[in-house]
Design a protein around this ligand. Structure first.
Ligand code: ADP
Ligand code: MG
Length: 690
């Protein structure tokens, strides 16, 4: 055990209370602590002279943070009339007697605690005050300790920045000079191959940057130390992927599909319409995979509404006609129910379709019939993975809206007993630059064409004060025999004042009368089915809903969608919601209702949404403007906490990390048993976590 595996409790200054708080924040060992690298850096290498011209230049350049050096004097509280707000004012004086006014908000203790005889560093923002230039809210530090590039940690386990700096210094001291004292998930031969530092050294460099480090490199996460950490994380992610991929691709399928003229005739009889060229191409790629001796691992992507379901259904037909079973996995019960219904309609009289979700009462009967092979098609939620559902001859697994599932869940299904073919489907394309990292070893089929005769969906932005206009458009659609969705970001009110179904929904109800239904995550399964049937049939013309309708709802009669609180949604999610309409030749309208006080950036995002109909382009935009945390499909990937700067750096390391991880796992494969390989990978993944 390296000394970095010692408890943080062994560090000076960590008593039982701090230990508990740190552990609650996930920091158990000295290594855990050191892995919490600084969030920002403050450049205190040199002081700005208190020369009026120099000060003016800085203020004019908008260059925000500065450090000055001198003694503080005349520090005192200023009384203001605003309750709960207080001001401390003082001035810093340098060796030549030049001064600069300093102001602090809400730090009353300074008036009593400042030692005016001591030389200090002051780091803060310069601004042009009413009568002179002022230094705002300056951090006061000891020149001997703080000179240099100072790391800023924010807070952790209730500890503030200063306490954390002390603690990190103690941890680095405890670690000593030997950089390999921190267990490194990346094997040494890969480090030397890629010219990267050992983990311990990289962490040391980030906690105590050398004085000649380029501050921009620190800010942009492009130092060699950052690169090293980024590579390490990517390597760990890719290891998991390599392991999963080898576990599947390395196996041979026990099952065989019969693809003959009889099947072709059946397909023709079942198809309700002509497939588009893109659909035919994708189906061809899928069937070729199914026909191969190793299991399929394929992602079918295509913008919302392009018709992925029918392609998957035809692949399913190939399986069931060969007497094999097919499982469709959906992220929500509603989607699973819808899918069961459309498959039922498609295969009417030929094959029965079972439904398996937690709301299904005769779950046990369904899973019993699956395990006996009496039922060949099933549509379900992750209840399908969780419950001890066994299959008799599972040939194909289709996972719809796969970005909603984690890697483990996707592969959990594939690991069920036999070796099924796996088809993943998604409507939210991951930006090309990251596809490799997120999807790893998947083969890709893309439907890049919409079914013929689709009308255009027009998108308009409305401020919430213009809601009456949205209501009027919904009314019009209803009178013309159409259907409309009105989506709210939440059911009940919150303090932030976003529109809610319970409050603003009433306005729609008043205007639209009885033909309104309400669908949320709280709606019972039986009620949900009735509502959707009524909506489809026209007994209900308007559905007030939450984002439960976001994925998969397919009602071609729907022509209008109002998105309330549109400023609350990311681009990809808005696009998904919009995809609920325009599923017929009638086209549609999307009305994005947003708060009149939303920020210019939000307005910009909304106008991007209104002017772009291409899901791919919107996903790229989302990544660039809001970072990966908001990108659908990345939540589960390990990237969601990354800053855009880190992510930009990551793209350069992706290929390398991937190549190394796959080679590493393959080498283990040839030298050891599966069990040993799993242990080897588990050990590395364990080390990389935290
Ligand atoms: P998504 O790719 O978003 O899952 P769906 O599979 O739900 O899209 O298909 C959207 C709609 O388009 C459905 O109503 C479906 O019946 C219809 N559709 C799909 N393919 C075609 C086609 N080739 N010709 C006509 N309509 C089609
Ligand atoms: Mg779909």
């Amino acid at each position: 055990m390296g000394c970095s595996q010692r408890s943080v409790g062994s560090l000076p200054g960590v008593g039982p209370k701090r230990l508990t708080a740190l552990e609650a924040a996930g920091v158990f060992t000295v290594a855990d602590l050191l892995k919490r690298v600084p969030k920002r850096y403050s450049d205190r290498r040199s002081s700005l002279p208190l020369d009026p011209v120099a000060l003016k230049t800085v203020v004019a350049s908008g260059n925000s943070e500065v450090t000055v050096e001198g003694r503080l004097q005349r520090v005192r509280r200023i009384f203001t009339r605003r309750p709960g707000f207080n001001l401390v004012q003082g001035e810093v004086i340098d060796g030549d007697g030049r001064t600069l006014r300093c102001i602090w908000f809400n730090r009353p203790y300074l008036a009593k605690s400042v030692d005016e005889s001591k030389l200090v560093l002051l780091t803060g923002q310069l601004r042009q005050g009413r009568s002179s230039i002022e230094l705002m809210n300056a951090d006061i530090s000891d020149p001997a300790a703080a000179r240099g590039i100072q790391p800023q940690y924010g807070s952790l386990g209730g500890l503030g920045d200063k306490a954390l700096r002390r603690l990190m210094a103690a941890a680095l001291d405890a670690l000593g000079e030997e950089p390999r004292l921190i267990d490194d998930p990346v094997p040494p031969e890969l480090l030397s191959k890629r010219g990267l530092h050992p983990l311990g050294q990289a962490l040391r460099e980030l906690h105590r940057p050398a004085d000649d480090t380029d501050i921009l490199d620190l800010v942009n996460a492009t130092t060699t130390a950052h690169q090293r950490l980024i590579y390490g994380e990517l390597f760990a992610m890719q290891l998991e992927m390599a392991k999963a991929s080898l576990a599947i691709r390395g196996r041979r399928k026990p099952h065989r599909y019969v693809i003959d003229d009889r099947l072709r005739a059946t397909t023709k009889a079942v198809l309700p319409f002509r497939l588009t060229g893109a659909q035919r191409r994708c189906l061809g790629e899928i069937v070729a995979d199914m026909n191969s001796a190793t299991p399929m691992l394929r992602l079918l992507q295509g913008d919302v509404g392009c018709g992925k379901t029918i392609v998957a259904a035809m692949a399913a037909l190939v399986a069931v006609e060969s007497d094999l079973q097919v499982a469709f996995l959906s992220p929500t019960e509603m989607l699973a129910e819808q899918l069961a219904e459309s498959l039922e309609g498609l295969f009417e009289g030929r094959h029965e379709v079972g439904l398996l979700t937690s709301s299904v009462e005769d779950r046990l009967t369904v899973s019993d019939r699956l395990s006996k092979g009496e039922l060949k098609l099933v549509s379900g939620t992750h209840a399908l993975i969780q419950d001890a559902v066994g299959f008799d001859r599972l040939g194909l697994v289709v996972i719809d809206e796969q970005h909603r599932f984690g890697v483990k869940q996707r592969l959990g299904m594939a690991a069920k007993g036999t070796v099924p073919d796996l088809l993943l489907m998604t409507a939210t394309p991951i930006p090309r630059s990251l596809a490799l990292a997120v999807f790893g070893d998947l083969s890709l089929s893309t439907i890049d064409e919409l079914p013929p005769g689709r009308g255009i969906v027009q998108t308009e932005l409305l401020e919430d004060s213009q809601r009456a206009e949205a209501i009027r458009i919904v009314q019009q659609a209803v009178v013309a025999g159409g259907r409309a969705f009105v989506v709210f970001p939440r059911i009940d009110n919150d303090d932030a004042g976003a529109a809610s179904l319970s409050e603003q929904g009433v306005l729609y109800r008043k205007a639209l009368g009885t033909s309104v239904g309400e669908l949320t995550g709280r709606t019972e399964a039986s009620e949900r089915k009735r509502l959707l049937d009524d909506f489809r049939g026209g007994e209900i013309s308007v559905l007030l809903a939450t984002t439960v309708i976001e994925v998969g709802i397919d009602v071609p009669e729907a022509t209008v969608i109002v998105i309330e609180g549109a400023d609350r949604f990311g681009l990809s999610q808005l696009h998904q919601l919009r995809g609920r309409v325009g599923r017929s030749s009638r086209g549609g309208r999307c009305l994005a209702v947003h708060s009149s006080s939303c920020s210019p950036e939000t307005l910009h995002r909304l106008s991007d949404f209104a002017s772009t109909a291409d899901g791919f382009a919107l996903a790229e935009l989302d990544l660039k403007t809001r970072g990966p945390g908001n990108l659908m499909g990345l939540e589960q990937s390990g990237f969601s906490q990354w800053t855009p700067a880190r992510l930009a750096s990551a793209v350069q390391w992706l290929e390398a990390a991937r190549e190394d991880a796959f080679a590493f796992v393959e080498a283990l494969e040839t030298t050891s048993s599966t069990r040993q390989r799993d242990l080897g990978v588990a050990k590395i993944l364990g080390m990389a976590g935290g």
